[in-house]
Design a protein around this ligand. Sequence first.
Ligand code: UTP
Length: 275
Amino acid sequence: MITKCLFPAAGYGTRFLPATKAIPKEMLPVLTKPLLQYGVEEALSAGCQVMAIVTGRGKRAIEDHFDISYELEQQIRGTSKEHYLDEIRAVMERCTFTYTRQKQMLGLGHAILTGEALIGREESFAVILADDLCDNGEGKTVLHQMVQIHARYPDHCIVAIEEIPRDQTDKYGIVAGEKIEEGLIRVETMVEKPAPDEAPSTLAIIGRYILVPKIFEILARTEAGRGGEIQITDALLELARQGRVLAYRFQGRRFDCGSVEGFVEATNYFYRTRK
Ligand code: UTP
């Protein structure tokens, strides 16, 4: 059972400047809903009850979003507009939100380590990068699929992967290993953002992870790697060498909403399929 989901949301979102100067990237909406709310709904679908969010300076809008807005509620109570708040109210009723701040943006691995204060070292936990927006129509969400795999491999970390074009390997963590079941690979090697001709495969890690608590101890001694940042891929490699990392080819579609192109694609797709 995975009860906690960590959301690293402290990044600068430079690719969306100037929009992200005062608004966190995770609060940019696809249709009417912020990216982070999609992530929280996915975590709820997977059985998580505690949403642990790693924020940073200028990210206060995130806390306000998952809180009651008395003035607004008062204003629209009993009017025809009240239903617009139904979805976010339902989310708020079903889970607890906890927050901590990453004081220096030292990379995704460092953001996850910062979340230790919220997660503790007792249990495995999920990680969602809300700028990777996933959809599986009426089927199980990506995190729900991963939680089911984790139930069968409880001492393992699970990373979600998808096949990408070789000329894009330098944007992702890339894994390679041995197939153990349909759609499931035991990871033997993983590299952060390799050049296309050095990549061990074209299987890229996307923003969904289930991690064992041991990862915190490893991250605490992981040195800065690619781009001078503390990389989760480098920490996971230690567990992969012990055979404890599985890569899962999820069912569904992923949109890279950290890029303008992916964001527009997601908006069009959600408008077509959800409106
Ligand atoms: P990105 O690599 O997309 O970085 O981070 P970014 O800063 O958000 O965006 P760009 O590249 O400047 O446009 C991937 C995820 O890791 C989080 C981000 O918030 C995002 O969800 N992250 C990254 C942190 O929380 N802290 C960090 O130090 C780095």
